[in-house]
Design a protein around this ligand. Structure first.
Ligand code: DL6
Length: 790
């Protein structure tokens, strides 16, 4: 498509799809018109992909996920279609700022963090590789909350990406399924019958996901909940105006908000409802499609692979068994085997509090038929696995991890270390019974979004240096290594980084009013705020550094800009206190003239995918400092390394594999290993001992206790200090001395810019393995038995 063709398509949509005259069109109108003009180019390959899948009778992959953190879609589609130059020029000729048009798109935040963003990267890779696939999830009206700060405290507001039409989706009013809840089960001679007490309707919305160079497009199908009765006219006529709309409002609650607060019993029930809602609708849809092609339901595993993204869709197991047994009259044992042959489960966390379990009473109340089947699945597992009764139901709780494991063909972890720990800890017993079931698929990131699109400066240098084609063959970045010895290449690499930093500095000045120097080291930690991710350790380092600079102002300190980004879950009190502390420390440090130009702290609110796309290319240092054994993988760590940031990190999650690949000399390692963490925790007074051994840490904690960051309210952050001294479960204190020492080595290394650039370039050259294309190939070959259809 040429620039002129695109321009006339934009104008056509502006007039005929939106009824706007170019003279009066606003940025939003232009963005919508451009989106539809681009979307038109996606539809033909999309139809073609579906046709080829049917014709070739290809196995289909279904990725069930509560979260798809897709972010903005317009630029992704433009770049994948190779239309970026045409789009930029068309906008220019229409008198528009291309960047402004792109920036108008809401950031679709249908996920919390890594798990949801991984699902979005997987969609891109599935399409790029031409593997016939569907993503299935929920069309939340409100995605992850919008974060702002009031006097340093996090404030949450509802996110409203659907307050304007979403140009990428196609509503499918004809694709609707009833999803039942509650009710009773009748055991008759012809089997069990579930009479649901309530029913909502799941309606489909489809978003085409176009792969690299537009060769293939898959579908993201999201379900929206509706009432069976739209509006109760009888109640309305009786004067019950609110009551008349109640059924619709109640049903819609199911797809209204991502992760409702589950601290109340009502909230818990709603979450389980969401899980069953989207899983049941997806399975109904999968089986409808299956029956349109095949007659033998027993051949399901041959033609269909379903991946459960964590345990959120784990009820798919009992639901599939229910459909096979109750509706297709397959013997129960056979039904279980067919389900097991079809389903696979990815575990994304070992944190006990994040492993899902549901109260048996709630499960029986909401899904009585499924609860009965879960008991039968448990018995089946005991019968067929050396007579050992498993703990799917334990102390009145249904454990979804165990249930998913028992009903899975394959179970995978998301980094080598995490998979190893899964075998040794949460699933040790099940692993002994089924030693071939667990395997590893280290996470990956799509290089289209996380290098080509977000870092055009570095991408251009890469293409100039090694030629094009690396975007869907990221191992080719290895070819850069031969150029790292070339001073001209290193200068160009450093220049690209500097340009990205200057762009970020301008933006931060505009939105936060803070001036930062692009020559200073940009040291970035962005991720959800959590104790195990140890933002607290990072802010302690800020305090210790601030204190050290004030004590020794004559020293030639390496200038650092500490950038934080991330949201704390609304009900997670300690995480919100950490947010507050970072903001309070930033206020004090940034106002202190003694440290000006040497240390600056920035915490832009509302970290999301779009913000990540700006921060990642501008980072010099990537903070990956979780307590070893706690971060399942991480994917931010991969994005930063790929974009030429050096990592300061622990041996946790995929950091281990990043270090192996980029080389020990190009990675700043500190801290305890996962085994040492377990040992250290057993040491009485480990925190006191560590504080006594590190004067920097001791002074930093004393500053917090003295109220240095709580003007007029000295005890403001005392709780965090107490936590460090007395309940330091994540071993911030025990790892601090090592962190501080290595951080000073980082300062030293940054002073030798040429050496730093060499290390940074090697990070880029050696990070090709972290492409999600590699990950998806692994899933396709080792888990799904699926092959590309192109
Ligand atoms: O696998 C994707 C991502 C990992 O990179 C992170 O390390 C891990 O914390 C995250 N896990 C979750 C778990 N949530 N639940 N359930 O988000 O998955």
């Amino acid at each position: 498509m040429t620039k002129d063709e695109l321009k006339s398509e934009i104008l056509r949509h502006l007039a005929f799809s939106f009824g706007k005259d170019a003279a009066h069109a606003q940025t939003r109108d232009w963005r919508m018109a451009l989106s539809l003009a681009i979307r038109d180019r996606v539809v033909t390959p999309w139809f073609e992909s579906t046709r080829k899948t049917y014709e070739g009778r290809h196995k289909r992959v279904y990725y069930l996920s509560m979260e798809f953190l897709i972010g903005r879609l317009l630029q992704d589609a433009i770049v994948n279609l190779g239309l970026d130059d045409a789009a930029r020029e068309a906008c220019l000729e229409l008198g528009l700022s291309y960047d402004q048009v792109l920036a108008d798109e809401p950031d679709a935040a249908l996920g919390n963090g890594g798990l949801g963003r991984l699902a979005a990267c997987f969609l891109d890779s599935l399409s790029t590789l031409g593997i016939p696939a569907y993503g299935y999830g929920i069309r939340y009206e409100h995605g992850l909350f919008r974060q702002s700060f009031h006097e340093g405290r996090q404030v949450e507001q509802a996110e409203d990406w659907l307050s304007q039409p979403h140009p990428w989706e196609f509503e499918r009013p004809e694709v609707c399924y009833g999803v039942g809840f509650y009710g009773t089960v009748r055991e008759g001679e012809d089997g069990a019958h579930w009479d649901a007490g309530d029913m909502v309707v799941a309606k489909a919305y489809d978003t085409p996901i176009i792969g690299w160079q537009g060769r293939w497009a898959n579908t993201l199908r999201l379900w929206s909940a509706q009432s069976r009765t739209q509006f109760d006219l009888a109640r309305f006529n009786e004067g019950q105006f609110a009551g008349a709309a109640e059924p619709e409002a109640l049903a819609r609650t199911i797809s209204r908000v991502l992760y409702p607060n589950d601290s109340t019993p009502q909230g818990k029930e709603l979450r389980l409802k969401q899980e069953y809602f989207f899983t049941a609708a997806s399975l109904a849809d999968i089986l409808r499609r299956y029956h349109s092609e095949y007659t033998d339901i027993r051949a399901l595993p041959k033609h269909v692979a379903i991946q459960l993204n964590d345990t959120h869709p784990a009820i798919a197991g009992p639901e599939l068994v229910r459909i096979l047994h109750d509706e297709h009259w397959v013997e129960l044992d056979d039904a279980i085997e067919i389900a097991r042959g079809t389903l696979n489960y990815t575990n994304h966390t070992l944190l006990p509090e994040a492993l899902e379990s549901w109260h048996e009473g709630l499960m029986r109340h909401l899904l009585p038929r499924h609860m009965r089947l879960i008991e039968q699945i448990d018995d089946w597992h005991a019968r067929t696995s050396k007579g050992r009764k498993m703990s799917t139901i334990d102390h009145g709780q249904v454990k979804m991890g165990e249930l998913s494991f028992v009903l899975a063909n394959k179970v995978n972890g998301v980094s080598a270390l995490h998979t190893d720990l899964m075998k040794k800890t949460v699933f040790s017993e099940l692993h002994t019974l089924h030693p071939d079931r667990i395997l590893n698929q280290t996470n990956g990131i799509t290089p289209r979004r996380w290098l080509r699109t977000c870092n055009p400066t570095l991408s251009a240098l890469i293409t100039d240096t090694i030629g094009s084609g690396w975007e869907d063959d990221l191992d080719r970045l290895e070819d850069l290594e031969a150029h790292v010895g070339d001073a001209g290449f290193r200068a160009a690499f450093a220049e690209a980084k500097h340009a990205n930093k200057a762009r970020l500095a301008n933006r931060i000045r505009a939105i936060r009013g803070v001036s930062i120097d692009p020559d200073a080291m940009f040291d970035i930690q962005v991720k959800r705020i959590h104790e195990y991710k140890r933002q607290l350790m990072n802010v302690l380092e800020v305090i210790a550094l601030w204190d050290a600079i004030r004590r020794n102002p004559g020293k030639d300190w390496t200038p650092r800009v500490k950038i934080f980004g991330g949201k704390a879950a609304p009900g997670y009190h300690t995480a919100k206190e950490i947010v507050h502390l970072i903001n309070d420390v930033a206020r004090v440090v940034n106002a202190d003239e003694d440290v000006a130009g040497r240390l600056t702290v920035v915490f832009p609110p509302n970290y999301n995918v779009t913000m990540a796309e700006r921060l990642v290319p501008a980072a010099d240092l990537s903070q990956q400092i979780s307590t070893a054994g706690k971060e399942a993988s991480g994917t931010g760590n991969m994005k930063f390394a790929l974009n030429g940031a050096l990592t300061i990190g622990t041996l946790d999650g995929a950091n281990v594999e990043i270090r192996e690949r980029v080389g020990d000399d190009n990675f700043f390692l500190f801290g305890m290993t996962a085994d040492e963490v377990v040992e250290r925790r057993a040491v009485p007074d480990h925190a006191a001992e560590a504080i006594a051994a590190s004067p920097e840490l001791a002074r930093a904690i004393e500053h917090i206790e003295r109220g240095s960051f709580g003007p007029g309210e000295p005890d403001r952050h005392r709780h965090l200090a107490n936590l460090l001294r007395h309940h330091d479960y994540f071993l911030v204190c025990s790892d601090f001395a090592s962190y501080w020492k290595v951080s000073r080595e980082v300062d030293e290394a940054y002073r030798d810019r040429d050496r730093w650039t060499r290390m940074a370039a090697l990070n880029t050259a050696r990070s090709g393995w972290f492409s999600s294309d590699r990950t998806i190939r692994g899933y396709a070959e080792e888990i799904w038995g699926a092959t590309p259809a192109i």
